[in-house]
Design a protein around this ligand. Sequence first.
Ligand code: SF4
Length: 371
Amino acid sequence: MAERVIPLIDQRIAALASAVPTHAIPTTGLLSDALGRPLRDLRISVTDRCNFRCSYCMPKEVFDTDHQYLPHSDLLTFEEITRVARQFVAHGVRKIRLTGGEPLLRKNIEVLIGQLAALRTPDGDALDITLTTNGSLLARKAQALKAAGLQRVTVSLDGLDDAVFRGMNDVDFPVAEVLKGIEAARRAGLGPIKVNMVVKRGTNEHEILPMARHFKGTDVVARFIEYMDVGATNGWRMDEVLPSAEVIELIGSQLPLVQLSRSAAGETAQRWGYADGSGEIGVISSVTQAFCGDCNRARLSTEGRLYLCLFATQGHDLRSLIRGGAGDDQLASAIGHIWQGRSDRYSQLRSSLAPDSTAGAKRVEMSYIGG
Ligand code: SF4
């Protein structure tokens, strides 16, 4: 196999300065980007740290023992996160997803969840507060997360076979602990729980059917994610992608499926129900069936950079505004201005083989802005 070349580009250095636009952009809750897509979903990375080394996200040979994490003083405080989130909500955000790295590594995250859960939309509605975790700390934390105001969790689980799972997380972490975490989250009422499995051809596709069977008949939704060319370090190759169409065919050949309609605009997953009514699965097909057309997601990195696409090459620095004395209206205007100029649609470009502006090495790391 050809030697894998890993360009080390510290994405954290490259950031666009954010300016307060000369004309104020009011918060109407109806903000749209240059392609007419509303701002509805904010993903907030609360840490760049993770205790796993999944090869498709944070490969050990790059994020090794010498890897320098961001100093704590660089991270947005909970108060700063809540303040900037409030502006996004005023612009139309209805759902906040906490990510990382591994978000449960951020100390006292329940405090942040409590602050975010207190936010209200311009119509006075509560937000949908969710979190994506590798499940390693979930068994211990599920009750406290629920009590703080978290509504749902999504757990990454790349296999049920213990050896496969330990190989995928590359830190020898046992699958049983994550399954315990999922059970604790169910008992705590953090459902419906979604379980995300990244499928890498030649590595774990034989785990697809066991995963489907394991959660069939429960309220847990297993979702199968196409392996993506995120970031610049995972050595992505197209021949390691198993298209979702093949996943559906494989599962459907044993467990008959019917296609379901999407539950919300901008939803990334295609939903399939078991024909016997015993639950559903999902597939997320960024490589073979791009869904940029109604992508309504913004991403905030742990030190306050706004990214407009999972495959972005640069972020917009909001922290300088936050710590530089900008008022809430100015912050909201800056966010509005950035979103209005958004035309990102990397996956669409990728699949249509149109030349894209990113030369692989410059893409932001998923471990830094969350999936
Ligand atoms: S590639 Fe970018 S624009 Fe397309 S769906 Fe993903 S995050 Fe949205």
